[in-house]
Design a protein around this ligand. Structure first.
Ligand code: SF4
Length: 443
């Protein structure tokens, strides 16, 4: 007699938002086929680990997660970025059942079917139309393309994920529409290089709601903005055409948040050249000043790498000076890690760890002071805040200038209980280095 229980799968999702979207797709497919998700490896019919292979530390975390899943369950399927280099996994864990690379949904599903065949039941297709999401219900990542045409010397993502492959605009818009219908209030647009969207498919038009929409960064942003949710743009490079989206950000009715996440990575021309960064030659300081003239509310977030091979004290000082000038609102910083297979490791001498650490400390102190100054300007203003979490006395949310998980928060006192996903108007009363505090004055 066949087991009447639906098969159970435990799932570990590691890595960036792009990997999270892959996880959501796999889980959606599994749920559509009647699999159940288990909270623990123990007792599940099998475990899936979606790995990240970006940095050595991420690879170590992935290997540890595989080891735990093997110890606690024994039947383990590995997918994600590390799957592109299977020997790194099989060296340590020869007994994993299958290894697949990023976005190989079909192969993951086929491996799952072999280990725990799906239960046949006509009532199992009860998956919500927006799929299964791993983010809270009120925000969702929207992946508009895969892969990348750039060849930054510190990055192995193009090796792992291939060249740029954009989704047709209508596909993206239909997914966004389903998400908004299901209650999503904020769409986080992600890809490896959002501003390059559509280049590979020659900006082809596709049909959405009786009209043709071209696969262009600006056209897609404009249409996403009509859906009634906040739209936040991540991983945008400062190509000249990005200027066109700034007026949309200045128009509160457009739906496009005045927020740009631009990974600048450095400011010294020598380092940028050795990094082979896209749009490295653009005159970014002048552009930033013009963007802020058009859209004074604009929040700029970025990430940087210090201690890149061959970075001199002079390069680093240029970076600090640039930061002072650019006055970026939100900044993250990594100490360079020599990822195996990255061209950057052989470009110049590696910087000793103590120097990297010392530069990181100086960089973060500077960035923190700027963030504090920028946030202070919001004292006394009214900000719209989307609520992420509610507590007994104070709720935690984010303004239009804060992306989930990477930026600061707004702590909100309210005379009536707030709900998760609600957007409240909040009067800002206190500013810290990264966070704001205020009181809800409108609902
Ligand atoms: S833009 Fe550069 S860092 Fe980003 S994915 Fe492409 S190659 Fe890697």
């Amino acid at each position: 007699m066949t087991d009447p229980r639906p098969p159970k799968v435990s799932f570990v999702s590691l890595g960036c938002p792009k990997a999270l979207v892959d996880s959501e797709r796999i889980i959606t497919r599994l749920r559509a086929e009647g699999y159940e998700l288990a909270r623990q490896h123990q007792g599940a019919d099998l475990a899936i680990v979606n790995t990240c292979g970006f940095l050595e530390s991420a690879q170590a975390e992935s290997l540890e997660a595989i080891g735990t899943a093997l110890a606690e369950n024994g039947k383990v399927i590995v997918t994600g970025c590390m799957g592109a280099e299977p020997e790194k996994i099989t060296e340590r864990f020869p007994n994993v059942l299958a290894i697949t690379g990023p976005q190989q949904y079909e192969t993951v599903l086929a491996a799952v079917h072999r280990v725990a065949p799906p239960r046949h039941d006509p009532f199992i297709d009860l998956v919500p139309p927006e799929g299964i999401k791993l983010t809270p219900r009120h925000y969702a990542y929207l992946k508009i393309s895969e892969g990348c045409n750039n060849r930054c010397t510190f990055c192995i993502i193009p090796k792992l994920r291939g060249d740029l492959a954009s989704r047709p605009a209508a596909d993206v818009l239909r997914e966004a529409e389903r998400l908004v219908t299901a209650g999503v209030k904020e769409l986080l647009v992600i890809s490896q290089d959002t501003s390059a969207y559509g280049l590979d498919i020659k900006y082809a038009a596709s049909q959405w709601r009786e009209r043709e929409v071209r696969a262009r960064f600006l056209d897609l942003a404009r249409e996403l903005g009509t859906l009634g949710a906040w739209v936040r743009l991540h991983y945008v490079y400062p190509y000249p055409h990005v200027d066109e989206v700034i007026p949309l950000m200045a128009d509160a009715g457009s739906g496009i948040l005045p927020y740009l996440d631009i990974p600048f990575q450095h400011a010294s021309p020598d380092v940028l050249r050795r990094m082979r960064r896209p749009a490295a030659q653009e005159q970014t300081l002048g552009r930033i000043a013009r963007w802020r003239d058009i859209c004074p509310e604009l929040t700029l977030r970025s990430t940087f790498i210090v201690g890149f091979p061959g970075e001199t004290e002079d390069d680093f000082t240029r970076l600090l000076d640039w930061l002072d000038e650019a006055q970026l609102d939100r900044v993250g910083c990594f100490r360079y890690e020599p990822v195996r297979g990255a061209a950057a490791n052989d470009l110049a001498e590696l910087i000793p760890d103590d120097v990297k650490q010392e530069r990181w400390n100086r960089f973060m102190a500077r960035a923190q002071a700027i963030s504090k100054r920028r946030l202070k300007r919001k004292l006394g203003t009214r900000q719209q805040v989307i609520i992420d979490e509610v507590g007994p006395t104070v709720a935690r949310g984010r303004s239009k200038g804060d992306a989930p998980e990477i930026d600061g928060a707004v702590y909100v006192a309210s005379r009536r209980p707030l709900r998760v996903g609600e957007i409240a108007t909040v009067k800002i009363e206190r500013a810290e280095e990264y966070d704001l505090h205020g009181t809800a004055v409108g609902f």
